[in-house]
Every structure is written in structure tokens, then in C-alpha cells.
Design a protein around this ligand. Structure first.
Ligand code: SF4
Length: 477
């Protein structure tokens, strides 16, 4: 089969991380490697970078199957891509995958979508292709035998992990035995991929799920609260094959287990693998494993994205974060001590007033953090906090493009929507757009990269201004 895979471009309404980062579509590279090994052909189109439309690529590659992946903010776009593919050729089979489809598959139901992958993406994609292959073969046999076309109905029940309304969700695999992703498939886009100051960064996934259970977190839902990690030798073998130096380990939490991380560091050293790593890690791990951070730094740790979430221990308890402010402060101090960049992510409470925004600013300033991501608490469907906040939604659930963890989707308790956006913007300005932070970035990352990031930040800022001017535009469901 000839397969065409799309990574969607976000809607212009979506407040865009793509202005400060574009990462390779790792999940599509996995699909590509594993289906081509079975004799199919595959092309990946990254619509974030491409200028032409879906119809153009469908006509160019003439696929039998179109696969589309994405997140919650892409739902409408993904369905539109499926429609546009079918409009070029109604015989194309369209397949939807991605983390949102796994948790909320019903959102993708459409006359233009043939299959929604509910779990175990790579295996299920292969199952669908096998089914289509069988069906095509039967049709050919039937044509040969009777010299006429006969419709063969594909029995979807035979594909274990696709979405079938009313059918119990399938179990997620807790092993991962697939070929490495075919990163060459996006060679022509490679120079455009970056994460903040990490240029040409290559993604790798080494574990699935997270052993913790923060109430707001969507990551847990994707793996049904299960956690498993790949074998370290296998991971290091994969790293050895990657020519790029900057590596972004996209695990929900890479820092799990002292011995595992220390062994990982030893293996990197033994094999002479010389790369720079950007990872996700928890503050409590960093705070209680200073020696591991020191060791990891020696073999390439460059930056850690830490979910600090709050400067108020009661709020951390509310989120079931299992950390506190003292732990957060210790973690930031340790990362600073070993010159490991800390990208702090924070959740802005819905009951916040101006004083809360000011308190967070003072705390961030005290810690000397330069890079922060500020997200209003967003109760995504599937998380523990969804039902509680649903009556207060000010963004319709089918306005998926606004569910980007930057839009305010719940009416705040104590201040207006406009004020909420304004205080968020001011907080960003005060932390990142000041001479001290600017000079820090220029000194550490150079003028070119600082300017590039600043241009992206200005684009995000303009989107926030738009929100501020709009205020609360709530449409009824
Ligand atoms: S927020 Fe982080 S630590 Fe908490 S459950 Fe999600 S991935 Fe795990």
C-alpha cells in the first residue's frame, strides 16, 4: 500500500508553541519504519513547514491510505484533512491517530474518517493495512473468478484497537518492540526542527506513561496510568545511530529511578556517545538526587523541563503533585549549581487575583528563572478535574483550536478574563523581556538564537493581545 502521513499545521487561533519550537513528528517516523519493513511505501508531510495544501500532496503522491496525527487543538484540522483527502479521491482510506484520539476517540467521528486508532498506534496501523490488503486481495480474487466487482465488507471487529462506539476500550501494550523511527523520512525538514535554543534537535522516546498521578495531567490518561520503560541498551543503540547532537527525550518523566539513570550515564560514557540532552524531570527527583544530576551533566545533560506548577504548597497538594515549595526551590538551586538550564512550567490558578500573579513573579525572580511556561489550569476531558470545571467553561469543547493550554477555557473566580490575560502577559514580560534575562540569553546562546526566539515570543505576545482585546467571547454549546 502507498501511505501518506500528515502532521497538521495548527490553526491560527491556537496560541502557538510552534513560534518557539518545531519538533519532528516522531510517531509518524515510527509508523513509516514499521510499515515499510512490511513492504508498504510511506511519505511524511509536515504541514507546519510546507506551504502547499493537503489536496496538492494527495494528488502528488496518490496514496491508498492517508494517516493524520495530532493533539486536541488539531481535532478540527485533522478532520478537515481527512475530508480534503477524500475529496481528491474517495477511495482513499483515512486513519486518525494521536494522543487525543486515544483518550477521546468520539471527537473524530466523521463521514470522512475511516479508522480512529484507540490504542497501540504502530501495531494498530499495521493491523489496518493488513486488513485493507486482505480486503483488496479478496476483491481481486472475486473479480477474477466472476469477472465482476463485488463489495467486500471489512469487519472492523477484527482490528483490536480501533474505535468502535460502545466497544470497551482496548488494553494498552506495556512492551515496545518496534523498529527505530525512520528519521530520514523528514530529512528535508530537519534543519527547521528546533526547541528554543536546541537547534536541529532529534526526538527519542524511552518510556511510556508516568508513575505519578497529578490531577490535571492528561499524560496519565494516554497510558491508562501504566508506566513502562524501554531497555537501556536498546535506547543507547538508538542514540548511537542519531547523527545530531541535540537530543530531546520526550518521555513524560525521564528521571525515574536512580540506578537506571546512573546506568544510562555509564552506558553513554562507555560507548563514547557525546550528545546534549533536553529532558522532562520532576523537582523531587532533582532535589533528592543531586549526585545523579551532577553525573548526568558530565555526560551531556543540558536542560530539564520541570513542572514546578506553583509557589504555594497548598496548591501543589491540591494538584496531588507530591512536592512542595521547598523541594521546588532546592531543585532549581541544584540545576543552577551544575549549569543545567531549568525550563519551569507553571499552572495559573483559576481563583487567582493580581496578588497571586505578583507572588509568583517574586518567587520566580528570587530563584532567578529565565525560561517559564505559564498555563492557566485547563481541565482537559479525561482528567480528574474535568467534571468539576465543566459548568464554568467559557470556550466550547468543539472549539478545539483554543484548547491549547494557553487559552483561558474556564471563567476565573475572582477577576475578569481580560485581567487574567493581562496579568499573564505582564508576568511573561517581567520574567523574560527584561534586560537581565536578555543579556543572559545573548551571553549563553548568542545573538542570532536570542533574536530568533524573541521573534517567536513577539508572535505569541500578539496572540495574547488579541485575547485581551476579545475578552470573554463565550458561545453556548
Ligand atoms: S504532571 Fe508530570 S509527574 Fe505529574 S502525572 Fe503528569 S507527567 Fe507525571
Amino acid at each position: 500500500m502507498n501511505v501518506l502521513l500528515f502532521r497538521p499545521r495548527p490553526d491560527k487561533e491556537t496560541i502557538g508553541l510552534q513560534n518557539v519550537m518545531i519538533c519532528e513528528p516522531l510517531e509518524l517516523e515510527y509508523i513509516s519504519a514499521n510499515i515499510e519493513a512490511l513492504g508498504h511505501t510511506c511519505t511524511i508531510v509536515d504541514m507546519i513547514i510546507e506551504k502547499k495544501n493537503v489536496a496538492y500532496f494527495v494528488k502528488l503522491y496518490n496514496p491508498d491510505v492517508v494517516g493524520i496525527t495530532g493533539y486536541i487543538s488539531h481535532v478540527n484540522i485533522m478532520k478537515r484533512y481527512a475530508k480534503e483527502a477524500k475529496e481528491v479521491n474517495e477511495n482513499i482510506t483515512t486513519i486518525i491517530g494521536g494522543v487525543h484520539a486515544e483518550v477521546n476517540p468520539e471527537d473524530f467521528v466523521s463521514p470522512y474518517v475511516d479508522y480512529i486508532i484507540r490504542a497501540n498506534g504502530i501495531r494498530t496501523f499495521i493491523d489496518i493495512l493488513n486488513k485493507l490488503d486482505k480486503s483488496e486481495k479478496k476483491n481481486q480474487d472475486s473479480e477474477n473468478a466472476e469477472n465482476k466487482t463485488s463489495e467486500i465488507v471489512v469487519n472492523d471487529d477484527e482490528i483490536e484497537c480501533i474505535y468502535v462506539p460502545g466497544k470497551k476500550p482496548p488494553k494498552k501494550d506495556t512492551t515496545f518492540n518496534y523498529l527505530y523511527p525512520d528519521r530520514n523520512k523528514v530529512d528535508k525538514y530537519r534543519s527547521k526542527y528546533y526547541y528554543m535554543f536546541h537547534r536541529n534537535c532529534t526526538l527519542i522516546k524511552t518510556s511510556f506513561g508516568c508513575p505519578y498521578n497529578c490531577k490535571f495531567c492528561f499524560c496519565r490518561q494516554i497510558m491508562d496510568d501504566q508506566y513502562f520503560a524501554r531497555d537501556l541498551e536498546d535506547i543507547v543503540n538508538e542514540l548511537e545511530q542519531i547523527p545530531e547532537t541535540e537530543i530531546y527525550i520526550v518521555d513524560d518523566d525521564f528521571l525515574v529511578g536512580r540506578e537506571r539513570i546512573l546506568k544510562f550515564c555509564d552506558l553513554l560514557e562507555q560507548r563514547g556517545i557525546n550528545k546534549k540532552y533536553l529532558i522532562y524531570g520532576r523537582a523531587d527527583y532533582v532535589a533528592s538526587n543531586e549526585d545523579v544530576i551532577k553525573r548526568f551533566k558530565e555526560v551531556g545533560l543540558r536542560a530539564v523541563i520541570v513542572g514546578l506548577e506553583s509557589c504555594d504548597s497548598r496548591q501543589l497538594d491540591d494538584y496531588n503533585k507530591r512536592t512542595n515549595v521547598a523541594i521546588n526551590e532546592k531543585a532549581v538551586g541544584i540545576l543552577k549549581k551544575y549549569d543545567v538550564e531549568c525550563y519551569g512550567t507553571f499552572i495559573l490558578g483559576l481563583d487567582w487575583t493580581k496578588e497571586d500573579f505578583n507572588a509568583l513573579y517574586k518567587w520566580i525572580k528570587k530563584l532567578g528563572l529565565v525560561f517559564v511556561n505559564l498555563q492557566p489550569l485547563t481541565p482537559l476531558r479525561g482528567t480528574d478535574i474535568y467534571e468539576k470545571y465543566k459548568p464554568r467553561f467559557i470556550v466550547r469543547e468543539d472549539e478545539y483550536e483554543k484548547w491549547d493550554l494557553a487559552h483561558l477555557v474556564v471563567r476565573p473566580d475572582n477577576i475578569s478574563v481580560r485581567k487574567y490575560y493581562w496579568y499573564t502577559m505582564v508576568l511573561y514580560y517581567k520574567i523574560t523581556a527584561n534586560p537581565v534575562s536578555g543579556w543572559y540569553m545573548v551571553k549563553k546562546y548568542g545573538l542570532h538564537d536570542t533574536l530568533k526566539l524573541s521573534i517567536g515570543a513577539v508572535a505569541v505576545n500578539n496572540q495574547y493581545w488579541k485575547k485581551l482585546i476579545e475578552g470573554e467571547k463565550c458561545r453556548k454549546n
